[in-house]
Design a binder for this molecule. Structure first.
Ligand SMILES: Cc1ncc(COP(=O)(O)OP(=O)(O)O)c(N)n1
Ligand SMILES: Cc1ncsc1CCOP(=O)(O)O
Ligand SMILES: [Mg+2]
Length: 212
């Protein structure tokens, strides 16, 4: 089922590395109560081995299923299949979209990262369902992130792509999200604005209210 622009309104990206000493399942539950519209399981560089990652993934997936929140897996198509995910998110260094499509069921959503018009056009032509553009601003959640490109670059990509689902990511907070939406994003994807907030539920609620 293709992802709708409204599903991208408030997209939480998260793995256990983002949750400090909190239980990722509790953080996701709070974020869902606060109004997130999409979730991506992004387990990176963590102390968890693959077996533990799969176990956590099953719990997060079940929670999303109960609340009818789309559940996507970052990077790993094998994990997406194991967890019966609704989709995957692939970056420019990850599995190419045509290869992913050979393995995944046709209903599986594919999101692709882009930071330029050529990258975005290629993703669109290869059959991506949405594009994640960033980093918009400086981020501390991705040590290998490239230089921020700002909402101006997103506005140019929006113009080049026309009506196609686009989400901005990277350093987005309640204070700067308006610029990302005004540039033409259908929604925002965040890690720390929710996972590092004193109250992930209230943080999600506030971001959701501001993204109307
Ligand atoms: C919604 C969304 N947009 C962009 C990214 C970044 O993906 P990628 O460039 O592959 O980097 P990693 O997340 O794998 O470190 C994303 N994950 N989600
Ligand atoms: C995964 C990812 N891709 C580009 S920036 C980023 C990190 C976003 O995290 P935060 O919302 O905490 O800046
Ligand atoms: Mg990736």
């Amino acid at each position: 089922m293709p992802i709708k622009a409204k599903d991208l309104r408030l997209y939480l990206v998260m793995g256990s590395q983002d949750c400090l000493d909190r239980d990722p399942v509790a953080v996701l539950q709070a974020a869902i109560s606060g109004g997130i519209t999409c979730f991506q399981f992004r387990e990176k560089h963590s102390a968890r081995n693959l077996r533990e990652t799969v176990e956590l993934g099953h719990s997060l997936r079940a929670l999303c299923r109960t609340h009818r929140i789309p559940f996507l897996v970052n990077d790993r198509v094998d994990l997406a299949l194991i967890l019966d995910a609704d989709g995957v998110h692939l970056g420019q260094d990850d599995l190419p979209v045509p290869e992913a499509k050979r393995i995944l069921p046709p209903s599986c959503v594919i999101g692709v990262s882009a930071r330029s018009i050529p990258e975005a056009r290629q993703a669109q032509q290869e059959g991506a369902d949405y594009i994640g553009i960033g980093p918009m601003f400086a981020t501390t959640s991705k040590p290998d992130a490239k230089q921020p490109i700002g909402p101006e670059a997103l506005a140019e990509i929006r113009q080049a792509l026309g009506d196609f689902p686009i989400v901005g990511i990277g350093g987005i907070t309640v204070d700067n999200m308006a610029a990302v939406r005004q540039a033409g994003a259908d929604g925002i994807a965040v890690i720390s604005a929710i996972t590092r907030a004193d109250s992930p539920e209230q943080a999600a609620q506030q971001l959701r209210q501001c993204s109307r």
